[in-house]
Design a binder for this molecule. Sequence first.
Ligand code: SAH
Length: 225
Amino acid sequence: MQIDIITCVPALLDSPFSHSILQRAQDKGIVKVQVHNLREYAVNKHGQVDDYAFGGGAGMVLMLEPIVRCIESLQSRREYSEIIYMSPDGELLDQKMANRLSLLKNIIILCGHYKGVDERVREHLITREISIGNYVLSGGELAAAVLADSIIRLIPGVLSNETSALSDSFQDDLVAPPVYTRPAEFNGWKVPEVLLSGNQKLIDEWREEQSVARTEERRPGLLTS
Ligand code: SAH
């Protein structure tokens, strides 16, 4: 899978893909993440990519021409299953959506900034709009990183068996059970006895019970959905 992220502030995306699981996924050749600087497609030599909003009001708007040029240039190189715009009013990201997106071949993620992007981009180029929650960020970059992370870790081969996504929260409409590591006792704080028992059947049953109890307590909506 190739994920192309379009942004006017590429530096904001320097770090998320350069460490840990997401870096390893790229090293293994399972996914390629490329960040594209919208300013390389600017309307003039000053690197202009935004302008005042028609009708007035505070805040700049990302112009459509640089975005059109950038997307067209990417499309001339490969085919994309989705061209996603990160937007607070988009479909809310959840694990099911991440699962579905992880099956796609290539995707473009467009990050808005300032007041957002010229609406005609959304009307004519964007195939899907995704929000990471009902709050407003300064730009789509952090949201794009969240979306890409949620997708990449689900691609087969990215996580090892020990960190398998299948045992994560939401994968089976349950939240994850608690986890512990050494030492087995610290300051009198003990790890549940069953986890030290070596009896895998009992451990699996305990984890299942904990998951269900936690889901009832913290995300009751998941059990009824
Ligand atoms: N004026 C817009 C917000 C612009 S915020 C409005 O009120 O809807 C600037 C950019 O940040 C947006 O274009 C979008 O790309 C991104 N963004 C902000 N909040 C987001 C969220 N919750 N999910 C996804 N992207 C978001």
